[in-house]
Design a binder for this molecule. Structure first.
Ligand SMILES: NC(=O)c1ccc[n+]([C@@H]2O[C@H](COP(=O)([O-])OP(=O)(O)OC[C@H]3O[C@@H](n4cnc5c(N)ncnc54)[C@H](OP(=O)(O)O)[C@@H]3O)[C@@H](O)[C@H]2O)c1
Length: 280
C-alpha cells in the first residue's frame, strides 16, 4: 500500500465515520477527518495526538456549498492530491410515507444524496487530473431493499446505489474507481441522530402502530448491532482490494438477508420481511 495516499472522510464526528478515520490514519493514510460541527472533534483529536496519527480535522458540512468547496480547496492546497473520498455523512428519518412532509424528505435528501453529490463533484476534477482516485459511497442494506417507516432514508440509499453504478462507467475512463459499502445494523448514534417525522408523533396518525413497532424493533437491533470498527475494516479492505468489487456488504445480518434475497422471488422476500418485522 502506498502510505502517502490522501483520504477524506465525511461525517467523522461519530460512528462509522469516526472509526474509519481512525483506522485509515492508523494504517498510514494521510487522513482528513471532516465534520460539520468542529466542537465534536475532541475525542478524535485526542486519539490523533496521543498516537501521532497523520490525521487532520477539517470543518465540512455536506449541505453547504461554501463549506464543501473551502474544505476541498484547503485539503488540495496542503496535500497536493486527493486519492480517496469516503462519503459517509447522513441522517435517518422515521415516519410512514403518508406522514412525511415534502420539506422533511427534501432536507434528508439535501444531506444524504445532494451532500454526497456536492462533495464528490468537488473532488473529481482533482482525481481526474491525477488519473486516479477512489470514491467510496456508504449505502446500506436499505439501499437494496425497503422497510416500513424508512421510505425517505431507504430511497436516498437506493438513489446512491443508482448514482454510483451510473457514474462508475464514466469515471473508470479516468482511472477513478467507485465502491458501494452496504452496512447492516451497526451500533452507532444512528437512532439518536435520526429524526422522527412531525406527523409520526401524532397519536391520531393511522400509521402510529407501524412507528411504535419499528421504534421498538430498531432500538433492540441497534443495541445488538455490530461494532462500527467492523465497517471501517471493510472500507479499508475495499480500498486496498487487489481484485476490486463494486459492492461490499458490511455485516453478517445484511450478508444473510442478501443471500436469502438472491434465492427468493420479490414477493416471497416481501412476505419474509413482513414476518421479520411482525407486520400483518
Ligand atoms: N448504523 C447503522 O446501522 C447503519 C446501517 C447502514 C448504513 N449506515 C450508514 O453509515 C453511515 C454512517 O452512519 P452511522 O451509523 O455512523 O451514524 P452516526 O453515528 O449518526 O454518524 C453520522 C455522521 O454524519 C454526520 N452528518 C450528518 N449531517 C451532516 C452534514 N450535513 N454534514 C456533515 N456531516 C453530517 C454526523 O454529524 P453530527 O455528529 O454533526 O450529527 C455524523 O458524524 C451513514 O451513511 C449511514 O447511512 C449505518
Amino acid at each position: 500500500m502506498d502510505r502517502q495516499k490522501v483520504v477524506i472522510v465525511t461525517g467523522s464526528s461519530s460512528g462509522i465515520g469516526l472509526e474509519t478515520s481512525i483506522l485509515l490514519a492508523r494504517s498510514g493514510y494521510t487522513t482528513y477527518a471532516t465534520m460539520r460541527d468542529i466542537d465534536k472533534a475532541k475525542p478524535l483529536r485526542e486519539i490523533a495526538i496521543n498516537e501521532s496519527l497523520p490525521l487532520t480535522i477539517i470543518q465540512l458540512d455536506v449541505t453547504k456549498e461554501n463549506s464543501v468547496s473551502n474544505a476541498i480547496e484547503s485539503i488540495t492546497k496542503s496535500s497536493g492530491r486527493i486519492d480517496i473520498l469516503v462519503n459517509n455523512a447522513r441522517y435517518g428519518l422515521t415516519g410512514a410515507f403518508e406522514d412525511l412532509e415534502i420539506d422533511e424528505i427534501k432536507s434528508l435528501y439535501e444531506t444524504n444524496f445532494f451532500g454526497l453529490i456536492r462533495t464528490t463533484q468537488s473532488v473529481l476534477p482533482v482525481m481526474r487530473q491525477q488519473k486516479s482516485g477512489i470514491i467510496v459511497n456508504i449505502s446500506s442494506g436499505l439501499g437494496r431493499f425497503g422497510i416500513a417507516t424508512s421510505s425517505a432514508y431507504s430511497s436516498s440509499k437506493f438513489a446512491i446505489e443508482g448514482l454510483t453504478e451510473s457514474m462508475s462507467y464514466e469515471l473508470e475512463a479516468f482511472g477513478i474507481r467507485t465502491i458501494i459499502v452496504e452496512p447492516g445494523i451497526i451500533k452507532t448514534n444512528f437512532l439518536k441522530s435520526s429524526k422522527l417525522a412531525r406527523k409520526a408523533t401524532d397519536p391520531n396518525s393511522p400509521y402510529r402502530n407501524f412507528i411504535q413497532n419499528m421504534e421498538k424493533g430498531m432500538k433492540n437491533l441497534i443495541e445488538n448491532g455490530q461494532d462500527p470498527r467492523f465497517v471501517a475494516e471493510i472500507i479499508l479492505k475495499a480500498i486496498e482490494d487487489p481484485i476490486p468489487r463494486i459492492r461490499y456488504l458490511a455485516g453478517k445480518d445484511v450478508e444473510q438477508i442478501m443471500q436469502i434475497k438472491s434465492k427468493l422471488s420479490d414477493e416471497d422476500f416481501h412476505i419474509m420481511l413482513k414476518k421479520m418485522a411482525n407486520l400483518k
